[in-house]
Structure formats: C-alpha cells, structure tokens
Design a protein around this ligand. Structure first.
Ligand SMILES: Cc1ncc(COP(=O)(O)O)c(C=O)c1O
Length: 443
C-alpha cells in the first residue's frame, strides 16, 4: 500500500528512484554514489522540498536569481508558449530576441551592443572563441593562442574544456587551439590585496609574451569551479591594458557572475574594465529556461560582413534565441529591476560574509570569503568540502562543492532573516563535521 510522505506518494517516490537508477545518466556525476542524492519535488522562494517532505534552503543553484515559483516569470513563459513558443532564428525571426538584446545593451558600455543568443554557457564560450578567431582571420591577423587561468572552467564542449587546467575537465582529443594557462601565483586566501593584483597581472604579462601572438584572454572575474576564488581589485583593469598592448581580445566569462550575483549587474562593473566579448548565462534564465548571451563589440560584428563564405557568422543552434527563453529572461530582468535584486545581492552578501567569517576558527576551515551573494568556505581539502556539503544537507541547507571550497549561492531574493538562517545552518553543519572528525581521529 502506498503512503503519502511530504508532498509525494511513497510508492511514486520509490518508483522515481528506480527509474533514475535504471535509465538516467547524470552529468558530472559518479555512477555509484549519486543514487541517494536528494530527489527534489517542489520549490518556493529560496526553499525546496524533497520527496520525504523535508525542507532545505537552496544555496546551491548557480542559476537562481529570482528564486523558485516566481509568478511573473511563470506568467511570461506561459504567455509566450501560447503565443509563439519559438522559431529557428537562422531561418526566420521573432520579436522577443530583439527586445532582450536591447535590454542587455542597456546594461553595458555603448560599444558592447551586439548579442548572439544561445542555450548554454559552454555554447557561449565556444561561440566567443569562434568569433574571436574568425574576426582575426577576416581582418588579416590570424592567431590561435588563448591565455586562461589554469583553475578556470569555461564549459564542457571540447573547445571550452581545452581551456581549463582542471583535471576532470580534460579530454582525449587533439588540442584544437594553443592554450597558455596561468596558475594562481598565490593561495586564494592571499589574493585579495592590490599587491596581489600586480603579481597576478605580471603572470598574465609573461603568458601573453611567452609564445605566438595571442588571440584572446579568457577569464572569469571570479573563479567558480576552480574553488570560489575572489580576484584582487585592480586586476581586471591591468588585464585590459595588457590585452590592448598585446592586441589580444579580452573575453569575460560571466556565465556564473553575470546578472547580479556579485552585487553588480556584471562582475566586471566593479572596476569598469570592459571586455571585447562578454559571455553570460545562468542568472539570465534564472534556472527557468536555458539561455546564454554572447555580447560583442559592434565593430567585431561588422567585420563579419567580409566573411568569404556567407558574409556573416557561421555558428548557431536550432533552438538558439528561443522565444520562450527570451521571454523568461526579460521577465527575470524585470523582477530584478523592480525588486532591486542587484542591490539586495550586495547588501545580503555583506551580511552573509560577516556571519560566516567566524567559521575560519573551526578545524578544517582554511578561509572564508565572498563577492556579492556568493559566500565561500574554503576547507582543508576536497574530501572535507564534500563532507561539509553532506553535513549542510543534513542541517537543511543545500550548498555546492567547488574544488576544496563550499559555495553558498542562494537566490538574489534572499532576505536578511534567511541570511541568518543560512549562517546558522552552515555553522552548525561545520561544527558537527569538526566534532565528527575529531571523534573519528580519537578512535
Ligand atoms: C564560469 C563558467 N563558465 C562556463 C560554464 C559552463 O556553462 P554551462 O554548464 O551552461 O554549459 C559554467 C558552468 O558552471 C561556469 O560556471
């Protein structure tokens, strides 16, 4: 006989688990240990509920801008699905893409006003590299070397994972482009000073000079998958100047940091050092629809008129610029503006950072840091970070492991009371883990 637990029928829940273990291949997951992962069945605001009815604050979603169940976004998506769900933009047109691209241009410097809409972050970086390479070829200065952070992550396609030096993102194919990777010259905890900006800029200057003429520099303004690394103030400005000197295009990967996450609409706006190509994604669709945006300098776009085969961009996906995803994005940005969510991210982020700082004194914690509404607890090693994620889950908080760090990234709609709840839950979880580990050591 079936029994109702929380919001789901127990039999149905068991059936869902069986189906999952039999038929589903999870991305970026180990085969054998992931089957008891949370089965989330409902979300509202900053909270989700699992199949057993347990409630969690979700501070693990890299996409979440407006939280779960936002009625404005749901209404916009529903209306768009009824009117015109989508058409292939390589063959025809619809009005929603233009409206979104215009809104995006309004947030950016005047020169950055031409947007290619795609589905995922990886596609966005892939397209940005194609655009950079074709632009150089079309303008008579072909180049093939890209400079990145060794600890950077830019996606899971072959070209984008070629950039990363992180071990799990390697690939078995030949290198399609030459990549020079810059290893962080200092530990993350020592990277937040103006002096560190000089050291880091010097490392990039060396990489730019060391080899063939550079095509582009691709960096995240905050390293997400590499371990939640806050870069030193002034670094992006120095990097902009270095790229200008070397004739390299500067591409910012704001797939995670864009749309308010760091307390500015885009993270590069903390300094005002604008890129030549900006790639954004996650927060734009708020998790409600897959969408990414590659926004380039208008003159880069104009150069493609001289492409020898089609006189334009030879890149696209059938669902790129999907009308429903565009409608979701416009609605998401509307909510963000009306509810001042960028400012809220900055204010709540400051509160969170202050409240997690005392965790530094606990065993196993190496550093706490943050930028806007992303809090980082760096632990001693990856195993400790993984154990902390589990401990947080046991205390009603979903967080995300990135390398040896745990990232706290709640929706930007978070309230001060919820900041306190998160701090309380992660503190209890860290203490519980520390005492569990000290008991294990004394046995
Ligand atoms: C900085 C950064 N770049 C690129 C990506 C890849 O985006 P997607 O998973 O949408 O392909 C991610 C995803 O986590 C990311 O954080």
């Amino acid at each position: 006989m079936s029994q109702t637990i929380g919001h789901t029928d127990a039999t149905e829940n068991d059936a869902a688990r069986v189906r999952d273990s039999k038929y589903v291949w999870h991305p970026w997951s180990r085969n054998e240990v992931e089957r008891d992962r949370l089965m989330i069945v409902r979300g509202e605001g900053s909270r989700v509920w699992d199949a057993a009815g347990r409630e969690y604050i979700d501070a693990s979603s890299l996409n979440s801008t407006v939280g779960y169940g936002n009625e404005d976004v749901i209404a916009a998506a529903t209306e768009q699905l009824r009117t015109l769900h989508g058409v292939d933009m390589s063959a025809t047109n619809h009005p929603v893409a233009g409206r979104l691209a215009e809104v995006l241009a309004g947030y950016l410097p005047e020169s950055l006003s031409r947007t290619l809409l795609l589905n995922s972050g990886s596609e966005g970086i892939e397209a940005a590299l194609m655009i950079a390479s074709c632009y150089r070829r079309i303008t008579g200065d072909p180049r093939n070397r890209v400079i990145t952070f060794a600890q950077g992550y830019h996606g899971s396609t072959v070209l984008t994972r070629t950039l990363s030096g992180l071990v799990p993102t390697g690939h078995p194919f030949q290198q399609p482009i030459e990549v020079t990777r810059v290893t962080l010259p200092l530990p993350a905890a020592e990277l937040r000073t103006p002096e560190a900006a000089k050291v880091l800029a010097a490392a990039f200057a060396e990489a730019l000079a060391d080899g063939d003429a550079p095509l582009a520099v691709v960096v995240e303004p905050f390293l997400n998958v590499g371990g939640g690394i806050v870069l030193p103030p002034g670094f992006l400005t120095e990097l902009r100047a270095l790229c200008d000197d070397a004739g390299a295009l500067l591409i910012f990967d704001e797939i995670f940091t864009g749309y308010g996450r760091t307390g500015k609409m885009f993270a590069f706006q903390h300094e005002g050092a604008a890129p030549d190509i900006l790639v954004s994604s996650k927060g734009l669709g708020g998790g409600y629809a897959p969408i990414s945006a590659v926004t380039a300098r208008q003159d880069i776009y104009a150069a493609f008129a001289d492409d020898e085969i089609i006189g334009g961009l030879r890149y696209g996906h059938t669902t790129a610029g999907h009308a429903t995803a565009c409608a979701v994005a416009i609605a998401t940005l509307g909510v963000m503006e009306r509810e001042r969510l960028v400012e809220n991210a900055e204010e709540r982020g400051r509160e969170l950072l202050k409240l997690i700082e005392p965790l530094r004194t606990l065993p196993g914690v190496v550093d706490t840091r943050g930028l806007g509404l992303v809090g980082v607890v760096e632990t001693a090693d990856m195993a400790t970070a993984a154990a902390l994620v589990v401990s947080c889950q046991e205390h009603g908080l979903m967080v995300r492991q990135q390398a040896a760090s745990v990232l706290v990234c709640p929706p930007l709609t978070l309230t001060s009371a919820e900041v306190e709840e998160i701090a309380e839950r992660i503190t209890t979880a860290t203490r519980a883990l520390a005492s569990e580990q000290s008991t294990e050591q004394s046995i």
